[in-house]
Design a protein. Structure first.
Length: 82
């Protein structure tokens, strides 16, 4: 996400459009980007640290953006219903 001090014209445009679309109660919008990575194998602390390094060096521009790394595990099996 862009740092708070960086102007966000896209977020302001969305904020202005929401009431015209019938949505109320929103006081601020920040538009950013998100990367979702799926990792093969065991998720160790070393793997999470490697993802943090990816975010710091490739996936974000740390001069103007903040980033967070969060981990979600996928279910081990998928059930299909016919």
């Amino acid at each position: 996400m862009p740092k708070p001090e960086i102007l966000d014209p896209q977020g302001k445009a969305v904020l202005g459009a929401l009431p015209r679309l019938g949505f109320t109660g929103v006081t601020d919008v920040r538009q950013g980007k998100r990367f979702e990575l799926e990792i093969d194998g065991e998720l160790t602390d070393d793997v999470v640290e490697q993802v943090r390094q990816m975010a710091a060096t490739l996936l974000s521009n740390p001069v103007i953006e903040d980033y967070t790394v969060s981990v979600e595990t996928l279910p081990t099996s998928v059930e299909t219903v016919s």
